[in-house]
Ligand binder design. Structure first.
Ligand code: NAG
Ligand code: NAG
Ligand code: NAG
Ligand code: NAG
Ligand code: NAG
Length: 323
């Protein structure tokens, strides 16, 4: 028999008991996870690789009641048939509804018809900056911080040229409708927000015949953009944002609000810039004096409350600027 010197003996006992302790802790944690898990509070794997994940529905009831991970985001040829409710609502928003089925056929012979952003998973950490057009961006020096994100999503005409220091220079996505469209560079996805069928017809025309020059106002007959990066928001997504997030305030959601909710669905971490008023209470764009706040068509006050609730629930960060 080997007699261990006393010191060794103590060492081994200590080692064994600390192993036991670790095992105990390990089991205790498993039991905890198991218990929470069976109540549906914690999913076993984190939904993404970031520190906190937007899609983690375990940490906010308010959020999970509203967030539908299965809503169609972008229109494609297999999901283009609209359910009756969506179709009725969407048609009521427009005065002169064209032939939707025909337009959809045409659109996917021209633009990519594939599924995007289905790569959600425990090893993805996609950070996004949603950049609104508020005057509070002026003097913010947010440019480098904004450009640091994987996706930089801009809205309507908000330019970066000449404002790089405050708004950055990178644009991966720009959400527009015909009346707000501008030329894009070839690294930017044009994301059309179709408030009406004519908007999709305009998109087709802009890349082909260029003969649509008028909606309810004059619109550009064509724009520069990479045809292979064109995307169209799904009308059902617009309706979902209106129902679940704007809770039917206003007639339809604002572009900024739709863009923010879109980001919640394609990103793991969402940082918001250029939303809201300046600290002096002014609601103008950073690039002109146009008022950027409406409470009539859009439920502006309610949208603002929802955005602040998303902040409270740790789903987004809001960078307010200084001015
Ligand atoms: C359409 O709306 C009605 C009433 O809001 C609802 O009961 C019904 O389930 C909806 N149908 C679909 C297909 O969403
Ligand atoms: C269209 O999008 C749906 C999700 O809305 C997806 O399940 C389907 O695979 C997509 N179809 C094509 C052709 O990419
Ligand atoms: C994209 O634009 C840049 C600068 O205008 C140009 O140098 C580059 O060749 C373009 N790339 C493609 C794929 O068109
Ligand atoms: C544009 O041209 C297409 C094809 O030539 C034609 O079908 C369509 O009616 C024209 N639209 C307008 C607004 O002129
Ligand atoms: C938006 O909501 C925040 C938080 O409730 C509030 O402090 C702010 O005054 C609101 N802004 C407007 C314009 O309603």
């Amino acid at each position: 028999m080997v007699v261990l010197p006393l010191r060794h003996h103590c060492y081994i006992t200590a080692l064994l008991s600390s192993t036991t302790l670790l095992l105990l802790l390990y089991f205790q944690n498993s039991v905890l996870v198991f218990t929470y898990g069976s109540y549906g509070f914690v999913s076993e794997r984190s939904p993404c690789a970031c520190h906190t994940c937007v899609a983690d529905r375990g940490n906010s009831n308010w959020f999970s009641e509203r967030y539908d991970p299965n809503v169609p985001l972008l229109l494609n040829s297999t999901n283009s048939v609209l359910n009756a409710n969506v179709s009725r609502w969407w048609n009521e928003l427009q005065s002169d509804a064209g032939n939707y089925a025909e337009v959809v056929d045409q659109v996917f012979s021209l633009f990519p018809d594939k599924e995007h952003y289905s790569d959600t998973g425990s090893d993805r950490c996609r950070t996004c900056a949603v950049v609104g057009n508020s005057g509070n961006l002026l003097g913010s020096n947010y440019g480098p911080l904004i450009d640091f994100h994987d996706f930089v999503i801009r809205i309507n005409k908000g330019p970066s040229k000449g404002y790089e220091k405050d708004v950055g220079s990178k644009t991966t996505h720009r959400i527009v409708y015909p009346e707000s469209a501008i030329d894009l560079d070839n690294s930017t996805h044009l994301v059309l927000l179709p408030f009406k069928i004519l908007d999709i017809q305009w998109l087709i025309s802009a890349f082909t015949t260029k003969n649509i020059t008028q909606t309810y106002v004059q619109v550009p007959s064509t724009i520069k953009a990479d045809k292979d990066k064109v995307m169209i928001l799904h009308p059902e997504f617009i309706r979902y944002v209106y129902d679940n997030w704007a809770e039917r305030h206003g007639r339809y959601p604002s572009t900024g609000f739709l863009t923010l909710i879109f980001a919640l669905h394609i990103c793991d971490e969402v940082n918001v810039f250029g939303f809201g008023a300046t600290s002096g209470g002014k609601w103008h764009h950073y690039f002109d004096k146009t008022l950027s706040y409406e409470n009539s068509v859009h439920g502006g006050t309610f949208e603002n409350e929802t955005i602040h609730r998303l902040l409270q629930e740790n789903k987004i960060l809001i960078h307010k600027g200084w001015t």
